[in-house]
Design a protein around this ligand. Structure first.
Ligand code: MN
Length: 135
């Protein structure tokens, strides 16, 4: 076996799967590239309905949830994920574009474990992710 493919297999076996829910292509590409560079196995959803399905199908270790989404917003998607016994233990970090007053409380009320604002402070987000995944 080639060393390169062996390395890829080892990374896949060790690194947690993250569901990135983001409808903005540029944000999605940028954040997923940075997560992949850290070794995360990244899967995607581009609307809230797809997020609920992907959570169920992919069983990610963590979900990064944009709140402003087409079809179904991130608030409702999180509520559905948290009300399904198959997916309710998956930690969700809410991401909102602007720090709106009350968003943090709203995120926690929807069942999110944590909350952060965009543009993402990547080291800070990684710290929150690692904390939730290892918990
Ligand atoms: Mn959005």
């Amino acid at each position: 076996m080639e060393p390169r493919s062996l390395m890829v297999m080892r990374e896949e076996a060790q690194m947690p799967k993250v569901l990135l829910v983001e409808d903005n292509e540029m944000n999605r590409d940028m954040l997923s590239r940075r997560l992949q560079r850290k070794g995360y196995d990244v899967v995607f959803a581009v609307d809230g309905n797809a997020a609920v399905s992907m959570a169920r199908i992919e069983k990610p270790a963590l979900i990064l949830m944009d709140m402003s989404l087409p079809v179904m917003d991130g608030w409702e998607a999180t509520r559905q994920i948290k009300s399904n016994p198959d997916t309710q233990t998956i930690p969700v970090i809410a991401l909102t574009a602007h720090a709106m007053a009350g968003d943090q409380e709203k995120a926690l009320a929807a069942g999110c474990e944590d909350y952060d604002t965009k543009p993402v402070d990547f080291p800070r987000l990684l710290g929150k992710m690692e904390e939730l995944i290892s918990a």
